[in-house]
Design a protein around this ligand. Structure first.
Ligand code: PGA
Length: 241
């Protein structure tokens, strides 16, 4: 694992955006695994600015998002499809038909998961997988204790994740209890992985990811076994390291 130390959130966002944009410049038809959450918003904003200046072109890029709430369709304001469209895709020249998010509106779990795995298998290896990290060490929605050998699957969200994500909903009761998520197997098969982290509340998870034993108790610890993984994190997130 390579650690890239950043001053603060803005610095972390710029460096994350730099790595993503370098990937797209080096390989215009790059396949990017993308993430939602608060962490990557600054990086997406930076990439939009560089796109507007003409510095990066997304016309040939295709994207595969990590996860989606079960039961939410893409037009629901809390869905991850909605987040990606409004935060990023609607502001760059990506072909929307080349952007993929698990279908949260499909109640048939086996079908929805198989369809997403098939889509990714057809696409082939992701060139770059962007990840955030949960306060409990989850990546995607792979919560502590889950097997490392899964492909796309339906997850029962941990109580701590429901509480953390309730800030974006009117009430905690509105937070879906389940989500579709790429599994660790999907994530680990990417050529390069970039974990972005910011803030003191991530410090323990970041420490466990880098120095802890490789164990399902901290899902992100499996990334120690990936051959090309960067952690781009600010001082607060690295404060225990
Ligand atoms: P956050 O979420 O970026 O909103 O902190 C990260 C995650 O839970 O994976």
């Amino acid at each position: 694992m390579r650690i890239i130390r950043c001053k603060d959130y803005d610095d972390m966002s710029r460096k994350t955006a730099n790595i993503i944009s370098a990937q797209v410049i080096l390989k215009p038809n790059a396949k990017l695994g993308l993430a939602t959450g608060t962490t990557p918003i600054g990086a997406y904003e930076q990439l939009i600015k560089w796109y507007e200046k003409g510095d990066v072109d997304f016309s040939e890029v295709s994207t595969y998002n990590l996860d989606e709430y079960y039961g939410l369709s893409g037009d629901h304001p809390q869905s991850y499809r909605y987040f990606m469209d409004h935060t990023f895709f609607d502001h760059i020249n990506i072909d929307k038909g080349h952007t993929h998010v698990p279908d949260g509106s499909n109640p048939n779990i086996d079908e929805a998961c198989a369809a997403y795995d098939e889509l990714m298998a057809k696409a082939g290896q992701m060139d770059l997988q962007l990840l955030g990290i949960g306060r409990n060490g989850h990546v995607g929605f792979n919560e502590p204790g889950e097997s490392f050998s899964k492909g796309t699957h339906c997850v029962e969200l941990a109580e701590s994740t429901i509480v953390a994500n309730s800030r974006l909903f009117d009430s905690i009761d509105d937070v879906p209890r389940k989500a579709y998520s790429m599994g660790v197997q999907n994530i680990m098969s990417a050529k390069t992985i970039l974990v972005a982290a910011s803030g003191e509340d991530k410090a323990q998870a970041v420490y466990d990811m880098i120095y802890g034993p490789v164990s399902p108790h901290c899902t992100a610890s499996i990334l120690q076994l990936h051959g090309d993984c960067f952690v781009v994190a600010d001082e607060d997130a690295l404060s225990l390291c």
